[in-house]
Design a protein. Sequence first.
Lengths: 531, 148
Amino acid sequence: MFRSVLDWLEERTGVESAIKHFLYEDIPESSGWHQVFGSVALFAFLVQVFTGVLLSLNYAPTPGEAYDSLRYIMTQVTAGPLIRGMHHWGASLMIIVVMLHLVQVFLWGAYKKPREATWMSGVVLLLLTLAYGLSGYLLPWDNRAYWGTVVTTQIAELAPGLGPYMLRLLGSDGTAIGVVTFTRFYAAHVLLLPPLTMLLIGLHVYLVRRHGVAPTPADEGRPKKKFYPRQVAIDTVAVFVWFAVLMGMAILARVPLGHVADPTDLSFIPRPEWYFLFLFQFLRWFEGPLEVVGAVILPTLAMVALLLVPFVDRGKMAFVRQRTGAIAAVILGAIFWGGLTAKAVIGTPETHEMDMSLVQSWQEVSAGNLASIGYFRQAQCGSCHEFGKPGVGPDLSAAPSKRPAEWLREHVKSNPKAPGVLKDAQVDMLVTFVTKRSEKAVDAWENAPRSAVEGALVYQANDCASCHKLNGIGDDLGPPINGVGERRDRAWIEQHFADPAKFSPESMMPPTKFKPEELKRITDYITAIPK
Amino acid sequence: MLIASLGSAIAAALAVPAGIYLLWNGVSKNRGTFVEVADLTQLNVGKPQEVTFERTRVDGWRVLKEKVIAWVVRTDDKNVVAYSPQCTHLGCAYHWEEDRNHFVCPCHESLFTIDGKVVGGPASRPLDRYAVRVENSKLLIGSKILKA
């Protein structure tokens, strides 16, 4: 039955003989583990297409919405962080495997006649891979994306003679970037680059098949072997290992999402993705008028040199161990790249930027709202007003109370469960909460950890809002609480409470002596309030 | 054997998260929030009334404030039903026709009685209702739709 279906298909389409033709390709006897990288790179590309399409099903490609929809993917969609993790780490791991592929072919000298075109199409594919990295970097539309891309467009502007045109092509006016740049980067990332890549992969694989896998001198006079099954099995194992590493990273290493792109946030120090860090560091050697040399001319020359490798090295095929020049070039390149990257990593200032995809409602509501949840619990309101279902009293989470404030005040003060536990100001705050609370406040009510509510209680008890603003509520006499955890470290904040004048001589803030437990609560709380 | 098993492991590791990612989540996560819509005294027993009210709805990554319409019928002193304004056949907006004493859908002439039952046309199930609550003689309408 199965056989006859296959025969039918084979007769109409020739699919079986095509697969056989593909699998039973002749390859040199010396083929083996060193030749897996091409297959792994192809697989990496397919994983990027797969996860990219999945992301696009929940992603709105306009500035602003892009950020919100990505935050939605990271916070609301089950497996959303996993899919984004696979796409993000997949990009890095693809760069690694593409570079390994290049280095292997370079070391073995597999680019030699007649395989020059195969090599050159490979170099173009490397450039395309980097272009994905560059264009995809902007798409989260957080500060990192925004400021990183500002730098990218400014570098493009340096291109001799082409600068203004490059800028126009990237939709930028040379200062800020906005909707046009974003849309072009998105279009390039998902509409322009993929078909180009597929075309070039097709050409690249066709050329590999046309010329056959490059033999080594050891293969001379030895019979060829078949691609299937041994080499296919080796490639599959390599693909599996690569994929296992990717899944491990996607599961264990959450990809953060910063603050939404903010052109006025001048404190942000942009850093490119790790594989561009060496260029970033390299640029520092060139100042003033020389900048264009480091930013554009030398990288372009390096790419041209890479393209021309097969025309420079035209000797006969040799064993890897005899190719000392190539080995030296790879080692020098690795030292150059590794050294610059290491220097850039060491020079990166430590940041405390918050992962906004982990921020919850309680971090975004006012301290008064959060403390009111505490008052609600202290006065044991929940024993009649249950959360999420009608109880003895109305469910205050389903609809705000419409009672007059005066009535509610009396109701709280005289409630039989715990009369008189709250002070007048606290009663007022609780009344405002149950009559005017937002949906976010209800979410905080349901999900805020006990410690956060206690932190807000300390905040209210010490009347911090009379000088500081937190999530829009409070006065401007002191600096805003929002982002204090990103500006200061914990020890600074804790010591600052005891003696503010020691840290900032002009401070009007009264010294406050907290109990250790209170100090921990209030510090935990205020450092969790995002910028 | 090795190729097939590693290949299927990879395929499964891609397909399962993709399935969860696409199928697990509802588009919106709305809690059954109630909105005050009318005072009971404004409603006449046995006379359907079209009421418009505003509520917030979570739509994917957006939180929308939107207008919602309900057909409200006060059935007695304390009870009210609120129908979702779309015909249960194909979702057209129906309306109450005083002369015919029925809800009539203009698209395919589905007819519903004042208590939502189908008495004519292609609709196969009674009108959908909103969850309602009466508190202190105010009518509150919830965001959940109860299908008959």
